[in-house]
Write a protein that binds this ligand. Structure first.
Ligand SMILES: C[S@@+](CC[C@H](N)C(=O)[O-])C[C@H]1O[C@@H](n2cnc3c(N)ncnc32)[C@H](O)[C@@H]1O
Length: 222
């Protein structure tokens, strides 16, 4: 993500839905200042504590909503969001806001889960029941349409297929065993093209299947 963005030492960067600050911390040594924004105060409290422990002094933490950013137009040289847009109920507003706060001539990077259809339809049921705050994962093609509609030029948009450890994924949300077993069946009983894409398999009894992330760089024209 950092390579993709080509940050400059004088840049002001915005990391939307920063969570505990992972992307903001990666950007901090490379830019003038980074702002980490998140809807959840508890996440920002952890980010602040970690920033103190790591002696990162050029980061600010702001409570806010990705779809109504509390910043004037054309404030930031870099906009990033990672592993969060699938939680956003107002996707169009989020993309519009990304475009609005970015300075013309600069870039935004978007990383999120992005399974292809029809695997997305199978995973959607699993995702919603694993984490009720999941709204929708867009495909790479859907991302492109949304970003171009907001005025971005999509310079790079690709999806990366990952080998997914199902139980580890369930454990990060502390999904009860019974529900995890039921959702494993949803994946393992998938049919046709969805099954070809997901290619679920058991290795030493553990379920693995495919999962996808998108990596996108979008440019705001001058
Ligand atoms: C899976 S975490 C991702 C954290 C971080 N970007 C990372 O890569 O480690 C998702 C984050 O999105 C935040 N979030 C969800 N909806 C949001 C919204 N509408 N505006 C801002 N943040 C939001 C959550 O509070 C959470 O911290």
């Amino acid at each position: 993500m950092i390579d993709l963005l080509r940050p400059l030492p004088g840049d002001l960067a915005l990391d939307v839905a920063t969570g505990t600050g992972n992307t903001a911390f990666a950007l901090a040594p490379l830019v003038r200042r980074v702002v980490g924004l998140d809807l959840t105060r508890e996440m920002l409290n952890v980010a602040k504590r970690l920033a103190g422990e790591r002696q990162i002094e050029n980061a600010d933490w702001v409570i806010g909503d990705a779809s109504a950013l509390p910043f004037p137009d054309e404030t930031f040289d870099i906009y990033v969001v990672r592993a969060a847009p699938h939680h956003f109920p107002q996707f169009e507003a989020f993309v519009r806001e990304a475009f609005r706060v970015l300075r013309p001539g600069r870039d935004a990077a978007f990383v999120d889960c992005a399974p292809p259809t029809p695997a997305r339809d199978v995973l959607h049921e699993v995702e919603k029941r694993r984490d009720p705050s999941h709204v929708l994962s867009l495909t790479v093609e859907e991302w492109r349409v949304q970003l171009e509609a907001a005025g971005f030029e999509v310079e790079m948009a690709r999806s990366r297929e990952l080998d997914w450890d199902y139980q580890e994924w369930m454990d990060t949300m502390r999904v009860p065993g019974e529900l995890a077993a039921e959702l494993a069946t949803v994946i393992e009983s998938s049919k046709g093209q969805a099954r070809d894409q997901l290619h679920p398999e058991r290795r030493s009894g553990k379920l693995f299947h495919a999962y996808w992330h998108c990596l996108i760089r979008a440019h705001k024209p001058e």
